[in-house]
Design a protein around this ligand. Structure first.
Ligand SMILES: Cc1cc2nc3c(=O)[nH]c(=O)nc-3n(C[C@H](O)[C@H](O)[C@H](O)COP(=O)(O)O)c2cc1C
Length: 215
């Protein structure tokens, strides 16, 4: 039986700090500040990968990675299959949470809010900008459903590839974007001796409160 002990696996976090006086009043500005650092850190290969957590009907939380494609003060956009597990969960419970961790910068961000589908026109626009193979994969995949085997998937891809050889792939109706509209952000900066800096922004009407939390 596998049995491993990771008790001695530890490192100190000592490259940066976070102070209330340097925080902008908008968490979206802080998000931009950190993403700009992330995008200029060459060793970070998936800067926009975020863990998305949703809750099932049985109250079981589920998490998975999705890619952040765009954000502004209206929310954070990601794309997926509306009839996937996450899509079905969001249909009945639109509350969601997402998180980023960039170990190279000792930074974590957690965001909580509710999601809504973006317009069909916006989903079409993004779908049409994707590489054809990604469009075909979205077209043939019934995300989160059981597949017989790999060959079945590849045969479907080949058939779709032929079918759409000379014409555009239409966006499948069940594929599109969601906007996560946040009401809470937490910015975590790793610090020495586990005395990390944590600041929470919470929406208060049209403003945001900022609070420091114990690490
Ligand atoms: C780096 C990375 C990026 C991913 N990006 C997406 C994405 O943008 N959209 C998506 O639907 N799934 C994405 N996935 C796959 C999801 O993690 C997940 O397997 C899939 O969405 C099915 O999740 P569900 O069954 O909980 O609905 C990504 C996975 C990884 C590891």
């Amino acid at each position: 039986m596998p049995n491993r002990d990771y008790h001695n696996q530890r490192r100190d976090y000592n490259i940066a700090s976070l102070n209330k006086k340097n925080l902008p009043s908008s968490p979206f500005k802080q998000l931009v500040n950190w993403l700009e650092q992330v995008f200029t850190t060459a060793s970070i290969q998936e800067p926009t990968a975020m863990t998305l957590a949703t809750v099932g009907l049985d109250n079981q939380p589920h998490c998975r990675i999705v890619l952040l494609k765009k954000f502004n003060e209206q929310g954070l956009l990601f794309y997926t299959h509306y009839d996937s597990n996450k899509g079905r969960e969001l249909e009945t419970n639109p509350k969601a949470s997402c998180g980023f961790f960039w170990s190279e910068l000792d930074k974590q961000i957690r965001i909580e809010g509710r999601v809504e589908k973006i317009s069909a026109e916006s989903s079409d626009k993004y779908f049409n900008s994707r590489p054809k193979d990604s469009q075909l994969a979205a077209y043939i995949s019934k995300q989160s459903q059981v597949v017989k085997n790999r060959a079945d998937l590849e045969n479907k891809m080949q058939a779709a590839s032929k079918k759409f050889a000379d014409i555009n792939v239409p966006r499948p109706k069940q594929w599109g974007g969601y906007r996560l509209i946040p009401h809470k952000f937490e910015f975590w900066q790793g610090r020495p001796n586990r005395l990390h800096d944590r600041f929470v922004y919470e929406k208060q009407g049209s403003n945001w409160s900022i609070t420091r939390l114990a690490p």
